[in-house]
Design a binder for this molecule. Structure first.
Ligand code: NAD
Length: 255
């Protein structure tokens, strides 16, 4: 990748949900910046493809099949980092799912699954990653614009992302003394397979969906690499005095 500066040289990084979209773009950027990358995804084939892409660009990466809502899998992801690359410095908790329904249309099982994948995963990954960050580190959690304001027809998702934003602040306070910074990055609509699927379900033409001026003053959705750059900043020493913050990357949508 052009313009890279080696800002994660010598660091070991985990990216959850690294097989697609924002996670994939970030894993590739981390690899290009010199990090050794563990790509954890419930989709093993997708994780493997991204690990191969990093290897092809001259980096080091390993793919781990994991459902990050399950504690044993989170333990395995952290162990893969320590055993394969000798430590852990950066954790990007990015895996997430969305269910489009209001309270009436959301089943208890759907509510529980969204909470498990989007919220419990962040708790579990931090629970097991923090003790492995023996030289300090940086954790970035993926919130959402919908964790900072309400959104229609996505009650479980909005609740889950607000939980991620505030859990991030609690983690930042608890682990500051150990030299571990914890921040959330909060994307607006970003052109990933997740958002394309949403547009399809709404039967909306992508170009019209993307240009919807009410949500997108810049007239377009974000690109995965535009979110990845913000994650890289928070993950790197360039953000050495930033912890507990919620960084919004949404082209002005929240404004
Ligand atoms: P995506 O669907 O393209 O990628 C998500 C990845 O997470 C996939 O590879 C998927 O297999 C993986 N995943 C899902 N459940 C998992 C589990 N239980 N364990 C491990 N991996 C799992 O989505 P994306 O748009 O890149 O979203 C990434 C994150 O960004 C999510 O947390 C999402 O909520 C958030 N986000 C996305 C947008 C957007 O517009 N795309 C906006 C705000 C926030």
């Amino acid at each position: 990748m052009n313009g890279m500066t080696g800002s994660l040289h010598g660091k070991v990084a985990i990216v959850t949900g690294g097989g697609s979209g924002i996670g994939r773009a970030t894993a590739l950027m981390f690899g290009a910046e010199g990090a050794d990358v563990v790509i954890a995804d419930i989709d093993a084939a997708a994780a493997t493809r991204v690990a191969e892409e990093i290897s092809a660009q001259g980096g080091r990466a390993v793919a781990v099949e994991a459902d990050v809502s399950a504690e044993a899998d989170c333990v395995g992801v952290v162990a893969a980092a320590v055993e394969t690359f000798g430590g852990l410095h950066v954790l990007f908790n990015n895996a997430g799912i969305i269910r489009r329904a209001d309270a009436i249309g959301t089943s208890v099982d759907e509510w529980d699954r969204v909470m498990a994948v989007n919220v419990r995963s962040v708790f579990l990954m931090c629970k097991h990653a923090v003790p492995a960050m023996t030289d300090g580190g940086s954790i970035v959690n993926t919130g959402s614009g919908w964790g900072l304001k309400g959104g229609g027809n996505a009650i479980s998702y909005c609740a889950s992302k607000a939980a991620v934003v505030n859990m991030t602040r609690a983690l930042a306070i608890d682990h500051a003394a150990a030299g571990i910074r914890v921040n959330s990055v909060n994307p607006g609509d970003t052109d990933t397979p997740m958002l394309r699927e949403e547009a399809r379900q709404l039967s909306e033409d992508w170009a019209a969906f993307e240009a919807d001026a009410a949500d997108r003053p810049m007239g377009r959705a974000g690109r995965p690499d535009e979110i990845a750059r913000a994650v890289l900043f928070l993950a790197s020493d360039a953000a050495s005095y930033i912890t507990g913050t919620a960084l919004v990357v949404d082209g002005g949508g929240l404004a």
